[in-house]
Design a protein around this ligand. Structure first.
Ligand code: ATP
Ligand code: MG
Ligand code: MG
Ligand code: MG
Length: 566
């Protein structure tokens, strides 16, 4: 590729409104452009990386025996009614009607469509087990799209689905997918950790998430230093002894009383730690069903100084208000209402189910990662208290102590059981000619999110440092003063030709730019290997090679360069 014929829109300045480094660098390196909240166009270099991630995901899927298909992104609402998710999925599901007034949705995931396909397509046990997958655009109307393509509304996902008549093949496929996900992330050169996970709105029993470890990750992972135990804190298990459980229950029930007049009091009652950076507390019902119930703003927050007196329930006993009322009161537009530090969710009907977390971007001291996650419909005696999961304490399997890491969820696998097949009557005939309900697994990879996650782990103050496997180009050619020196031009053109002939992807900087600009762009875009051509090197018969990751420079004889780069 010749930069003179390419679209390379790099920029020096750190863009406003881009909080995390990957978002900043993707904009600065000209990989993506925002069209609207959570909607992005992929520019040439970004798309090349995205396609490489996609290719690795596809290869590992095929290796694991999965078969590629492509389903529509637009899905009939009827199927969602049939599965029971039409009423359950909440506002992340974008719904609309066609000209005949029929309900449709933009697919956030494809359990319904695939179950419908398979119930029509598969009739006999002989056709099972079967794993189908697609790599396709998803849409979720995220409440707070942010961090660029990391939490977008439209994004690229690999979603796979397996079908079985027996638990043994279900377990085998789950294991094969677990392995495939590990292979994908290893090939991408990323540091990752599989963790036990909650099944969320997808449903099912067994579930693991795959997290790319990064400080900017939105998830908090608790893991053991002495064993393989690792879990998303949404799922981490640390059962309380009965007496402590009773005490904790009592303590939590205080949230229902007007005792807690300030955030500090509330937090103290929970035995939580609060940090200076914690500014906003949103107390809400189940985000999908119940309205937001109150919003409290700490006194030291600028929002508070100007707007707090207008907000119902500020620093007072929890008052009920709808999200619209709060938005109107503080003049917040769509998406701008969100927790800045500590996010506690209080489920009003139980008055005890609370989840706390630290919003990404808030300062953390690395210690006070306390959370309580008592699910709405879980009886209290079965609830667990993550406050027992404290860094340095022993737990759940008796080996090692707890440690914490932040992670970016890039993959998620589930055993769904008969959750969808039963609701949608997906059966096949077994050996005895009897109809049996299918067992099902589902397996997602955030293909576009991985691009951002890879940057979170691979960058320095000059830009991106791509792992070789997903670099948009492997080599950059930087001819010095090409337009003044025929020798440099001739040699650069020949090198470009030779590298192309060897099947190596090259970014050839044939612009009339100053060397400083050329170097800065190569480093920002993250090209792993660069070759500098100048009159001086030519005199000594060498190219100056530089490695982006190590920064090491080396003179390589001109006739050995192609082999060297290969
Ligand atoms: P999250 O917890 O981050 O909202 P999720 O659990 O809702 O993700 P899944 O339903 O498990 O997501 O979807 C499979 C994968 O799709 C996720 O592991 C993630 O990598 C990716 N993904 C989900 N939501 C988004 C999004 N808004 N933007 C980009 N990728 C996403
Ligand atoms: Mg989600
Ligand atoms: Mg999740
Ligand atoms: Mg998930």
């Amino acid at each position: 590729m010749r930069i003179s014929q390419y679209l390379l829109s790099t920029q020096k300045e750190t863009p406003a409104n881009a909080e995390v480094i990957s978002h900043q660098l993707m904009l600065r390196a000209g990989m993506i452009r925002r069209n609207a909240a959570g909607l992005y166009s992929w520019l040439p270099s970004g798309l090349r990386v995205l396609r490489k991630v996609e290719a690795i995901v596809r290869e590992e899927m095929e290796k694991a025996g999965a078969v590629e298909i492509l389903m529509p992104m637009v899905q009939p609402g009827d199927l969602w009614v049939e599965s029971g998710r039409w009423d359950k999925f909440g506002p992340e599901l974008l719904r609309f009607v066609d000209r005949n007034n029929r309900d449709f949705v933009l697919g956030p995931t494809h359990e319904e469509v695939i179950t419908d396909l398979v119930r029509k397509e598969i009739s006999s046990y002989k056709q099972l087990p079967l794993t189908l997958y697609q790599i396709q655009t998803k849409f979720r109307d995220e409440v707070r799209p942010r961090f660029g393509v990391m939490r977008a509304r439209e994004f690229l996902m690999k979603d796979g689905y397996s079908f079985h008549l027996d638990q043994q093949t279900m377990d085998d496929t789950y294991q094969a997918m677990f392995q495939a996900y590990s292979n994908i992330l290893a090939r991408l050169g990323l540091e990752f950790r599989p963790v036990l996970a909650d099944t969320g709105s997808i449903g099912g029993s067994m579930s693991h998430e795959f997290h790319v470890l990064a400080q900017s990750g939105e998830d908090l992972l608790a893991y053991s230093t002495g064993s393989d135990y690792a879990a998303n804190i949404e799922k981490a298990e640390a059962p309380l002894p009965t007496t402590e459980r009773a005490a904790a229950t009592q303590e939590l029930s205080l949230v229902d009383t007007p005792n807690a007049k300030t955030i500090e009091e509330l937090v103290e009652q929970f035995g939580l730690a609060i940090e200076k950076t914690v500014k906003t507390l949103i107390v809400r019902g189940d985000t999908e069903e119940a309205p937001l119930v109150a919003l409290m703003v700490r006194g030291d927050h600028e929002l508070n100084e100007t707007k707090a007196d207008k907000i119902p329930g500020v620093l007072s006993p929890l008052e009920f208000a709808t999200e619209e009322e709060i938005r109107a009161a503080i003049g917040a537009g769509p998406g701008s209402l969100g927790p800045i530090g500590l996010n506690m969710q209080v489920y009003v009907d139980h008055a005890v189910a609370v989840m706390s977390d630290f919003g990404a971007g808030a300062n953390q001291d690395g210690k006070h990662h306390f959370g309580i996650n008592w699910e709405r419909d879980v009886a209290l005696p079965q609830a667990f208290d993550i406050r027992n999961v404290i860094e340095g304490e022993a737990t759940p399997d008796g080996k090692g102590t707890y440690a914490f890491a932040r992670g970016i969820e890039v993959g998620h696998i589930f055993q769904l059981g008969t959750r969808y097949s039963e609701a949608m009557n997906a059966t096949v005939l077994d050996e005895n000619g009897k109809a049996q309900t299918l067992l099902m697994g589902c397996y997602g990879v955030g293909v576009s999110r991985i691009v951002a996650a890879a940057i979170e782990q691979n960058h320095d103050d000059r830009g991106i440092i791509w792992p070789d496997a997903i670099a948009p180009f492997k080599v950059g050619i930087l001819p010095m003063n090409m337009h003044k020196s025929h020798r440099v031009t001739d040699i650069a053109e020949k090198l470009y030709q030779d590298l192309n002939d060897a099947g190596i992807e090259v970014m050839f900087d044939d612009r009339k730019e100053r060397p400083g600009v050329m170097f800065a762009d190569m480093e920002l875009v993250g090209i792993p290997h660069t070759i500098v051509i100048g009159d001086r090197n030519i005199d000594s018969g060498v190219f100056e090679y530089k490695n982006r990751r190590t920064g090491e420079k080396q003179d390589v004889p001109m006739d050995q360069i192609v082999e060297f780069i290969k």
